[in-house]
Structures are given as C-alpha cells and as structure tokens.
Design a protein around this ligand. Sequence first.
Ligand SMILES: [Fe+2]
Ligand SMILES: [Fe+2]
Length: 155
Amino acid sequence: MKLQAIHERFEELSAKTLASGRVQEMARFVQHGDTSTLDHTTAVARLALTMARGLRLRIDEASLVRGAILHDYFLYDWHDHEHAPDRWHGFTHPGHALRNAEADFDDLTPVERDVIVRHMFPFHPLPPRTKEGWVVCMADKACTVREFFRGLRKG
Ligand SMILES: [Fe+2]
Ligand SMILES: [Fe+2]
C-alpha cells in the first residue's frame, strides 16, 4: 500500500521530466554493464523518493525527482574516449550535466542544481548543501553498486 503510493507519486512527479528536453536520449548511453543512463537515473530517482518517504524527510519531492533524473544528464557515452568531452568523466560529468539541464530546463531550482552538481561526493570534495542532494547522493551510490554487480553476473 505504502509502496504503491510511492510508485504513484513517482509516476506523477517524473512524467513531465521524462518527456522533456533530451532526457530520452539517455537511453542510448551505457552507464554500467547493461544499464543505460536513463535506467540508472530513473532508478536513482525512484530509490531517492522511497528513501525520503521511508525516513519521513520533509523535502521538496518534485525537485528531488527532477534533480535525480537529471543528475547524470551529461549526454555522452563515457566509455567512448573519442567522443567524450574529456578524460576526466568522474570529476567533470556533474558540471556537464548541469550545463545541459540549464540549457533544456529554464526553471531549474536551486535544489535541483545542488542535487546535480554535488552528487559525486565524497569523490568530489564538496558535499551537498540540501537534504535532497544528500538523499540522491546516497541513492546514486546504492544504484551504482547494484548495477555494477548485475553487470558482473551477466558478463
Ligand atoms: Fe554521476
Ligand atoms: Fe549516477
């Protein structure tokens, strides 16, 4: 029942973003193993909302979900060294994602910017400044580990 409510809330909050800008282009890029960047960002957004509800956090759920969907909106295959913008993907991709998000969404909120640009903490030295940023940062790590092991099992 509770999970169903979270599922419905996620569908409600994510639908517009998933149909906007170049979001569907993320389906073309591999994130880890056989997981596309779109599958990854959608999973992170869904888990982040579930965690926030489970912890009963008072947060901006709309910004949490949109920020999470856009947190890896860098729009290239980071395994393809010829076409990636640089060789420092791990460090630079939050900045690329933010630039693309700003180009495609003219009403990006400060919370969404924080979610996007700080999600690589602690690999980036600057921690998130918002609760939403922290939740997505942790959901991203959990999904990345799950996707990595799923890829190993199939590979
Ligand atoms: Fe990322
Ligand atoms: Fe990510």
